[in-house]
Design a protein around this ligand. Structure first.
Ligand SMILES: Cc1cc2nc3c(=O)[nH]c(=O)nc-3n(C[C@H](O)[C@H](O)[C@H](O)COP(=O)(O)OP(=O)(O)OC[C@H]3O[C@@H](n4cnc5c(N)ncnc54)[C@H](O)[C@@H]3O)c2cc1C
Length: 337
């Protein structure tokens, strides 16, 4: 099977799930990595070290910024000419858009956020979670190329072999686009939850430590946020001990405890870490939608009936304000820090 894998990146900084997609592609047959951008030679070289058999490189100043029209028309023109059987993408906000636009150009379909792939009679059959992860569907697409976006961390990342090399094939870019990027601003609290192997998340439960007295002069809302921020310090301390990223429920984000960049769930990030520790999070279906495919879930909640315990491998029923400092201290002594 002739599989293309789109290497997603921001200004040459690759989304690591792209390499997972290369690994997944290799299980289907040969892999051609697709690298678009400006000054992205190094990325093309890396693609070989992760196992790509061939690299198609569109390196053009007109592709310096990701613009969907330019990227989709470059990709669909190439695919129309070279006719790959499948195009895989890592699932990112950019790639969902790019995969969709390319599929429209090529009159084919897209299967998004896939967690498993199999090959049957020369066609890919995918498995993907639906209904907030409560059900898995197996799907295929009868048109070609089959376009698939793969959930980050659902597929193993191949080992990098620095000895592997190759010469990318340069291809033409199509840079016409009605949109142009005027500039970038860094999001407050920018975090990379999608690539994190361990995530410690806090919910509304971190805000109500009765032992804390907020400083005078704060109104009720400010006092709640102050308390929640103290609570999140416990979440952050545990995360830092584990080298983990910090996540949050929407309730915590909406209440202003932490920025949106931390939100996990249906309207936040969808994550699949090796370990997900939920602290003071009830486990509403919209939160589970973002984390239930984590390899191991640990829940800390004072309510033994909280729905989060239904998906947790390990559950601690108790007060997080006592459990988190004890857990962090125990880890500190175990890890010899
Ligand atoms: C369209 C839509 C989209 C949504 N998208 C998302 C989303 O992307 N992500 C998301 O998270 N939610 C989302 N929600 C909101 C979701 O329905 C829940 O309201 C939210 O997840 C609840 O957050 P929580 O668990 O932090 O708060 P709560 O449900 O209030 O739970 C707090 C938990 O903390 C526990 N607790 C309290 N004190 C302590 C303590 N001292 N020690 C231990 N445990 C304690 C409580 O027992 C409780 O279980 C969405 C809702 C809608 C309608």
């Amino acid at each position: 099977m002739k599989t293309w894998v789109y290497i997603d990146h921001f200004k040459g900084q690759v989304v690591p799930a792209s390499w997972e997609a290369v690994g997944a592609g290799k299980t289907l047959g040969s892999v051609t990595a697709i690298v678009f951008g400006s000054g992205v030679d190094a990325l093309a070289k890396s693609a070989f070290t992760y196992g790509a058999d061939e690299v198609l490189l569109a390196d053009d100043p007109g592709l310096a910024d990701y613009r969907p029209e330019a990227y989709a028309s470059t990709l669909s023109a190439l695919a129309a000419e070279q006719k790959p059987d499948a195009i895989l993408f890592p699932t990112t906000t950019r790639s969902r858009e790019l995969a969709g636009m390319t599929a429209i150009d090529l009159k084919t379909g897209v299967m998004v956020d896939v967690t498993a792939l199999e090959l049957k009679d020369g066609r890919i059959i995918v498995t993907r979670p639906i209904y907030a992860g409560k059900l898995f569907t197996r799907e295929t697409c009868s048109a070609s190329p089959q376009i698939v976006t793969l959930r980050g961390r659902a597929f193993p990342r191949p080992a990098q072999d620095a000895g592997k090399s190759g010469t990318p094939t340069k291809v033409a870019a199509k840079t016409d686009a009605t949109t142009q990027v005027e500039g970038y601003t860094t999001a407050e609290g920018g975090v990379s939850l999608i690539d994190a192997g361990v995530i410690v998340s806090g919910g509304r439960g971190v805000s109500n430590n009765p032992a804390l007295t907020p400083p005078g002069g704060l109104d009720e809302k400010q006092a709640e946020i102050w308390k929640a921020q103290q609570g999140f310090t416990l979440v952050k301390d545990l995360a830092s001990e584990l080298g983990a990223a910090v996540g949050a429920s929407r309730a915590a984000v909406d209440a202003g405890y932490v920025p949106y960049a931390h939100q996990v769930g249906q309207t936040g990030k969808v994550v699949s870490p090796d370990l997900y520790i939920a602290c003071g999070i009830s486990g509403a279906i919209q939160h589970l939608a973002g984390m239930r495919t984590s390899k191991m879930i640990v829940a800390i909640n004072k309510d033994g009936e909280a729905p989060i315990f239904k998906v947790a491998r390990y559950g601690v029923v108790g007060d997080l304000f006592q459990i988190l400092p004890a857990l962090t201290a125990a880890l500190k002594s175990k890890l010899g820090k």
